[in-house]
Design a protein around this ligand. Structure first.
Ligand SMILES: [Zn+2]
Ligand SMILES: [Zn+2]
Length: 242
């Protein structure tokens, strides 16, 4: 399975209808999210495709604890011994492997359909132990520096991750990039989700990766500002009625 380079040092690892990302740095490899179950071979192939070996994977950092982001984590960690990082509010999801918290579909017909098709709170994933908590505002001393931004709404323990050396934002499911920037399939709290979208538009970055949809290699901030850089009322008014 070919991995696709996004920017220097970052490759997208296709995990079905979800993305994981590999960051290469002097201190080893970092995996952002771990896709659906049964995708560990895709991760290992991606690592070998970069001329590395699975034991060079040092950490798996989760944007949040949903099934499509933790599914292959246990298998990846078994093989690599990588340390796992997650926000405390989602750790119970990872450590139990489910059930997951219910979502209200995001506004619009397409999101309602996708939510029904793709999000199943009663799914059971293989539980994954978390070694270290992620806290809002901290800068992880791995991969040259990764800033943690708490972005609840879609999922209470969701974080966005800003990889400083490459100025790349990993947005998780704050938004998707499928036919343009748009909502995730659903929210635990729409209001918090909107606030998190605006929070990302206020940061400084060049590239962006998403849990779902295509990464953006350059000038990603302009797209975030165009979509989310105004009041929530304006954003909702621009959205076509469902
Ligand atoms: Zn999610
Ligand atoms: Zn997702």
């Amino acid at each position: 399975m070919a991995v696709k380079r996004v920017i220097h040092g970052v490759h997208v690892v296709p995990m079905g209808f979800a993305n994981a990302f590999l960051i290469e740095s002097d201190d080893g490899l970092t995996l952002i999210d771990a896709g659906y179950p049964g995708k560990e071979a895709v991760v290992f192939d991606a690592i070998r495709g970069l001329g590395r070996s699975p034991d060079q994977l040092k950490q798996v950092i989760f944007t949040h604890g949903h099934p499509d982001h933790i599914g292959s984590a246990a298998a990846v960690v078994r093989e690599t011994g990588a340390r796992t990082y997650m926000h405390p509010l989602d750790i119970p999801l990872a450590q139990s492997g489910g059930p997951f918290r219910p979502l209200t579909p995001a506004p619009g017909l397409s999101r309602r359909l996708m939510c029904k098709l793709l999000y199943h709170p009663d799914e059971q994933m293989e539980p994954i132990a978390i070694d270290r908590t992620l806290n809002d505002g901290e800068i992880l001393r791995v991969a040259g520096g990764i800033e943690v931004i708490h972005t609840p709404g879609h999922c209470a323990g969701q974080v966005a991750l800003l990889w400083r050396p490459g100025r790349m934002l990993f947005a998780g499911d704050v938004c998707m990039n499928i036919m343009g920037l748009g909502d995730p399939v659903g929210f635990e709290s729409l209001e918090e989700g909107r606030a998190s979208q605006r929070k990302l538009a206020s940061l400084s970055f060049d590239a962006a990766g998403f849990g779902h949809g295509d990464p953006i290699a350059r000038d990603a901030l302009t797209r975030f500002r165009n979509k989310y850089g105004t009041s929530p009322e304006d954003v909702d008014r621009r959205r076509p009625a469902a």
